[in-house]
Design a protein around this ligand. Structure first.
Ligand SMILES: [Zn+2]
Length: 351
């Protein structure tokens, strides 16, 4: 799922998003409830009309942004009180309010309100957060007012503790959600720890329901998660990196501001069928970035989203053909991780 944080996939028209093969997109409850407010979005139609996207949309619960962005005053079993990063207003968010906001926004898949604690907090705290996450999940089921047309997914938390993850997954499965997410990963625990957690948790979750890994990740992370059984992903990397002239290719990452591309007449990636690669040279795109032309960020975002969708389609095809393990071991995209990005500067935006 391409991410439309503020109700827009930054710089990319919905038609172009659809042309990359994207079927479903994501929007952030936290941002939209603070501005323009969920009632305004509802008055303007609903989120589909607001985003110009008639296809499926998923909204998150607001929890992750509250814990990662906001100046938090208090977390209790009754919810979270925080200061809005826009105007400093004191805002309270709990399970009931998260459901009301997501019911008003009107996405097709909505997420249970959860606590995403700092992974460095001790296991005693992770346990408190898991208990809260399960209590809030049950409250969300009760408060959810549009069960007939919005699917509410539960979120498994528990940090990197195997027992806590299993406990949380078991309790949520008992509550019988139409889909399940794994939260609290890719928050600094490292690739090996993420793979370990997915190896424990994903096989526990019902295979006949969607399994969604939230906020991940690099192509390498996605390939590894698919190996554990994950079906759905969302990530800002394709568009965020695209805006910074950073393009994903199977041969590695390239930064289009580099002077070696000045007279490069080739496309971003030779075998890519995206709009940018069919119509523009690396040299022209490099020029657009230096001249401050909007088209530069737009074209690289389109390429990157298509790169991710092609990877997903190829992963799916390899599973269908029974060649998944060989794909995982031999396709160079399955190795692309954050190391390729370490030299990229200026990527500082809100999650
Ligand atoms: Zn392309």
């Amino acid at each position: 799922m391409p991410v439309g944080t503020q109700g827009s996939i930054k710089g990319v028209l919905p038609d172009q998003v659809a042309a990359t093969g994207s079927q479903i997109i994501l929007a952030n409850t936290y941002h939209l409830m603070l501005r323009p407010g969920e009632k305004t979005v509802a008055e303007l139609g609903d989120l589909h009309r607001f985003m110009g996207w008639p296809g499926p949309i998923l909204t998150d619960s607001g929890g992750y942004q509250v814990f990662s962005l906001a100046d938090i005053n208090q977390i209790t079993d009754q919810g979270v009180t925080f200061k809005s990063h826009i105007d400093g207003a004191i805002v309270h968010l709990d399970a009931k309010r998260s459901m009301q906001v997501q019911n008003d926004l009107g996405a097709d898949i909505i997420m249970a309100f959860d606590e995403c604690p700092d992974p460095n907090k001790p296991v005693e705290y992770q346990k408190i957060a898991v208990e809260r996450t399960m209590r809030w999940a049950a409250e969300c089921q009760v408060a959810h007012a549009r069960k007939e047309d919005q699917s509410l997914f539960g979120i498994v938390q528990g940090g990197t503790d195997r027992g806590l993850r299993a406990y949380c997954a078991e309790q949520l499965i008992e509550m019988d959600f139409p889909g399940y997410a794994v939260g609290g990963l890719a928050v600094g625990e490292g690739f090996a720890a993420m793979k370990a957690v997915l190896g424990w948790v994903t096989p526990m979750l019902p295979s006949d329901k969607p399994r969604y890994l939230m906020g991940v990740g690099f192509p390498r992370d996605i390939a590894a998660a698919v190996a554990s059984g994950i079906d759905m992903f969302d990530c800002v990397l394709p568009t965020r990196n695209g805006r910074n002239a950073y393009a994903f290719t199977a041969a590695g990452a390239i930064r289009l501001r580099n002077s070696k591309f000045t007279r490069d007449s080739g496309p971003i990636e030779a075998d890519c069928d995206c709009y940018a690669c069919r119509n523009f040279s690396r040299g022209a795109i490099r020029h657009f970035f230096f001249a401050g032309e909007m088209l530069g960020p737009v074209l690289v975002s389109v390429h990157n989203v298509r790169f991710y969708q092609r990877l997903m389609a190829d992963l799916r095809r390899s599973i269908g053909e029974g060649s998944f393990l060989s794909f995982l071991q031999n396709d160079p995209r399955c190795l692309l991780g954050p190391s390729a990005q370490s030299s990229v500067e200026g990527i500082e935006e809100t999650p």
